[in-house]
Design a protein around this ligand. Structure first.
Ligand code: F6R
Ligand code: MG
Ligand code: MG
Length: 380
């Protein structure tokens, strides 16, 4: 069967700052989806990562379906009403438009969805990250789908030997989607040249070259492109199919042991390491560190089994300890240099006003001083 897997996520309010949504909020979202599911959805699951709520839905209506998107939008409105009633922070903050207009793309919530020919066994992973942006998945996807040092399947599994096709989006482009397609292994260096700049070039999807099947999809929306200003980090979700013509589950998980530095953390304005955490984790230290959860599912005729939590394994405790050390090490240098994002990526405009004010106070040193100094230099 042709199955569509849709995940739509939004930050609609959280307890104690940007930490975690309340149970009544998540329940309100869940109850709305349950009430609307009949005749529309085959199955669904609602989860949360940091302050973001993600709705996973299976159906046969294809991508961008207005009815399916509307379920998520209305569920987030129901959750927002609870958030407002509880005085949660940032209630409804990702719902950037007043009314639903057929598709949640461009309205604030992040969307990742793909239509697949459901395999007899269909394992897939739902990754959700908080306090970072979609470029955070560039490195894990590159390593999982293009690097035999990470993924022995590229050498060992005949169906993977042809490599993969990456669709990369230029997220700095505001009008329409500007994309490029690159094939690995031939275009490996070109792909690396783009992916090294995760604030500009973001992997949107990955496809098997052997079978033409879609392997992965990432929510690439950038909130500031929609709102015209920064309204928070984009906190992406990603779906990855595993096994057979795709990397094994463990090959997809492996890159997350790096705890690579990503944009985000406190006020969405820092470079901090990405920590793999268990499902439903809040954020904490320095409004971070940026976190990623993974829900592993199987699906048959659209019915979900799972999620199980691969990051709940003791192996990842050791990773978390190391990532925490990396986070503290970076924080030692406070605002300085690489610890904070470049001006163009800061979530706050206040610093621009401060710099404009300071700029007015700069002055050219008077001409005679220049000449005086020049003559001192010549005399020596
Ligand atoms: C992401 C997140 C941050 C905040 C940012 C602004 O989940 O919470 O990116 O949006 O820290 O926070 P406020 O609104 O508190 O200034
Ligand atoms: Mg938030
Ligand atoms: Mg968030």
């Amino acid at each position: 069967m042709n199955l569509t897997i849709t995940v739509i996520k939004a930050d609609i309010g959280s307890i104690g700052g940007h930490l975690v949504p309340s149970t009544p909020l998540v329940t309100a979202v869940e109850e709305h989806v349950r009430g609307a599911a009949a005749g529309l959805l085959l199955d669904f699951h609602v989860g949360h990562t940091g302050d973001d709520v993600a709705i996973l839905m299976t159906h046969t209506r294809g991508t961008g379906d207005p009815y399916v998107h509307r379920v998520a939008w209305d569920a987030f409105l129901a959750g927002t009403a609870v958030a407002k009633g509880e005085g949660l922070y940032g209630a409804g903050q990702d719902l950037l438009k007043e009314s639903f207009s057929g598709n949640v793309r461009g309205m604030g919530p992040a969307v990742a969805e793909m239509t697949v020919a459901e395999r007899a066994a269909e394992p897939f992973l739902l990754f959700a990250a908080d306090k970072t942006d979609p470029g955070a998945f560039n490195l894990p996807l590159y390593l999982a789908f293009a690097d035999p040092m990470n993924t022995p399947g590229l050498l060992l599994a005949p169906k993977m030997a042809k490599g993969f096709r990456f669709v990369v989006m230029d997220v700095a482009h505001v009008e329409g989607d500007r994309i490029i397609e690159l094939q690995t292994p031939e275009d490996l260096y070109d792909l690396a040249a783009l992916l090294r700049d995760p604030e500009r070039y973001v992997v949107e999807s990955v496809w098997s070259r052997a079978t033409g099947d879609q392997a992965a999809v990432v929510a690439t929306s950038r909130l500031h492109n929609i709102a015209g200003k920064y309204t928070g980090k984009d906190d992406p979700v990603m779906l990855v199919r595993c096994q057979m013509q795709f990397p094994a589950t463990g090959e997809v998980l492996a890159p997350f042991q790096i705890g690579h530095f990503v944009a985000g953390g406190m006020r969405g304005s820092h470079n901090m390491p990405l920590m793999p955490v268990t499902l439903g984790s809040p954020v904490s230290y320095f409004d971070g560190p940026p976190i990623v959860t993974c829900g592993a599912y199987s699906v048959r005729n659209g019915v979900l089994t799972g999620p199980v939590d691969p990051f709940a394994h003791p192996f990842w405790d050791a990773v978390r300890t190391r990532v925490a050390e990396k986070a503290v090490e970076m924080r030692r240098q406070g605002f300085f240099g690489a610890a904070m994002l470049p001006m163009s990526e800061l979530e706050y405009t206040g610093i621009m006003e401060k710099l404009a004010e300071l700029d007015r106070r700069f002055r050219l040193r008077p001409e005679e001083r220049h000449q005086e100094q020049a003559s001192v230099v010549t005399a020596h």
